[in-house]
Design a protein around this ligand. Sequence first.
Ligand code: EPU
Length: 419
Amino acid sequence: MDKIVIKGGKPLKGAVKISGAKNAVLPMMAATLLAEGRFEIRNVPDLRDVKTMAHLLRIIGAKVAFAESRLVIDTSDCGFYEAPYELVKTMRASIYVLGPLLARYGQARVSLPGGCAIGPRPVDLHLKGMEDLKATVVLDKGYIVAKARKLRGSSVSFDVSSVGATGNVLMASVLAEGRTVINNAAREPEISALAEFLVKMGAEIEGIGSGQLRIHGVSKLEPVSFDVIPDRIETGTFMIAAAITGGEVEIQKTDPKLVASLTSKMRMANVMVEEGESVIFCKAPERLKPTNVTTSVYPGFPTDLQAQWMTLMCLADGSSVIQETIFFDRFAHVAELRRLGAQIQVNENVSIVTGVGKLIGATVMSSDLRASACLILAGLIAQGRTDVLRIYHLDRGYEKIESKLVGLGANTWREEGSS
Ligand code: EPU
């Protein structure tokens, strides 16, 4: 397993380009199963999760080629309708093939995802949504087995807003007979991007970007070419990196609208943030003001930036409160930040961070993707050397992070196969 070593203390300066969004490209890749032919998806990040989804599509029978941020997927010869446990256990987003397989082939066998480092993550809403569309769904030896001769449009209401369940039901409904209404649909930009992708394929969807999606099923969809939106979590991570290191960074090839909730919190913390059309400029303040955040669904503060914000608040001039409302147990990074000298108290889903003025380098262990990012941020500011172990989590969601950081002046490198 690789690790990343950081010698902290260098202010980040310069410009960095943001990659395409992982959480937008993964459902799009699954959506290619809804039509026969050759798709081209551009601005695709080179990530482990993208490779895992490509592997899954190949198992199903698609031909997949990936080079220079361009993914070509040919779905002409698909004939195996299963997502095996070996893949699903490494990437929960594999469940996105459930809706497309069911809609196009009338059957799907998808392993139930197992445990997850960020807390319990049930899939009951995905299953309920398929049943609402008149599929039969049974659980068999750890697998979801779903069948439907023809899915039928229906009213699907989620009691909890779920990105994954909205995406899955949306993909299933575009080929269903009649009209589907998804109530309390997730409004995350990655779901809107998926909906735009489906519309380009010929789907009829109204209400994109709102909490209610209305779909008229069509009988056939066509392959398309599409550009992936910028990754808002990578964008936010670099904004925080500029602020925490006392630096000034221009973040390019992004969309400031996607990180508006973070920008507003950054300004409250005294960070200077200027926005252009596809550029954000961040300059660190002399002193960071403690600023509370509560995670919530889009357009609220994203849970995927909670760990990174916590690291920033470790350096603030006082105490701040961070409340996690999406994944209640998503605090595995706290124990590792404490190893670097952070003062954080946790009570259920609320943590209180007391700014400590400085962190001291140590060896720390990543537990999940965003926890890894927060430990990298901590290492950038910690005195001395920080070794971040189990970096494979980071490789799931951040494209070339160490070379992007080096480009901004950080003293960091990867050591292969070291721990
Ligand atoms: N939930 C249920 N039942 C379900 C599905 C979800 O109770 O059937 C609950 C979850 O337990 C959670 C809430 O609903 O409390 C929201 O979960 P959601 O379904 O929205 O999450 P997800 O689709 O599994 C995606 C992202 C996550 C991101 C969340 C929240 C992808 C591939 N993953 O997960 O991204 O944290 O939405 O925004 O899009 C990451 O990139 O690091 C990551 C974890």
